[in-house]
Write a new protein. Sequence first.
Length: 423
Amino acid sequence: MQNPFIFAMKNLTTAAKLLKLKPKFVAALKKPEHIWNVEIPVVRDNKKTETFHGYRVQYSGARGPYKGGIRFHPATDLNEVKALAFWMAVKCATVGIPYGGAKGGITVDPKQLSHGELERLTRAYTRALYDYIGPEKDIPAPDVNTNPHMMAWMMDEFSKIRGCNVPGVVTGKPLEIGGSQGREEATGRGGFYVLEELAKKLKLNPKKTRVIVQGFGNVGYHFARFAYKAGYQIIGLSDSQGGILSLDGTSMDPENVMASKLKRGRIHGCYCIGSVCDCVHFTQVTNEELLTTPCDVLVPAALENQLTKQNAKQVKARVVLELANGPTTPDADIIFKRKKIILVPDVLANAGGVTVSYFEWVQNLQNFYWTAAEVDARLKPIMVRAFNEVWEMAAKKKTTLRMGAYCVAIERIARAMELRGMV
Ligand code: NAD
């Protein structure tokens, strides 16, 4: 795989040129503030000790405590974690929440570990990083292959060492131990608010706007649900095994598709729920076919590197709304720009998740918890304002929305560095 940190730095350089940023800021932003490498010995169930390698990259703390998830993956390496940490700094600055950026990871295939081994690994990683994380320093969260239960272990391990309950050390916790209402659907909901703002700019009528969503997990499902309820025409959905496409433009109800997926373990084919049988309207497609089907809004919500030099030319959407992290390669970005496809970047479109994580942390610090309606009432204005700031910046700099978001974010980070005398 190509080095994602090189991609990240290319985007930084382009944004810095557009902003006419002084070289001292660019030089400082090309290096993470801290890189922690940790060796994590874990006693396996067979009583043998295996040592795993873990990272925490604290990229920029100019705007607030470091913030970012933890990934457990066999391909995780330092370059990936550095890129993800930089993108977290950009994301938090794009939506204006008072955090810097960080990311963590362990090079491990979690599917090869038992529940007990995963718990020991997560707790040992927390102990190794104890001095560098905390509610005032750096607040991890779940990412690929990590989940609320693991956040509970991290919170518990950190609290044991500190000698008191410290829920604000991580976000994405289960509700019972300080998680936030609305966190589960926050990324999809935030992405929907971004779509609504874009629809105003492009004068899209939901009833005539065909939407295809790749990825039917946490993010894709909730996004599709909100869009469907608002009247958008959901004409294609997929998961890792394949997808369904509407033959005649009939919109599919994501709740029915999810009910069918839970029953059958897959969404491809068509579905029959109770008296509703949509086999007449829907047909089975591959993921590749789904991505190149004509539509108005294509929403990659699965994995990175899905829209590439190989398939970008065949994409027939008016808008690409990136809900996954890094679904579009830089080559595909160039092709979309040439084809005048409007791309709403991940650092804006999927920032609803980190925004509600920020709310979770605020609630933990105050020990005062909000209702789901209160969470939503605070999320919407942040997403709406961020979209409009990015849109205006892109227009001012005559650039793409991705570069508009980078310009908004890098300008904010650089200003904070300057005010603090960090450069
Ligand atoms: P998830 O594991 O819940 O869902 C991923 C979905 O993608 C699953 O339905 C899976 O079957 C599907 N998928 C996997 N490979 C696929 C492929 N090749 N083609 C089509 N579908 C495929 O994960 P999630 O939490 O929904 O995250 C999805 C993306 O959004 C990731 O890039 C993640 O980093 C990003 N993201 C998530 C959040 C969050 O709050 N969960 C926040 C910001 C960004």
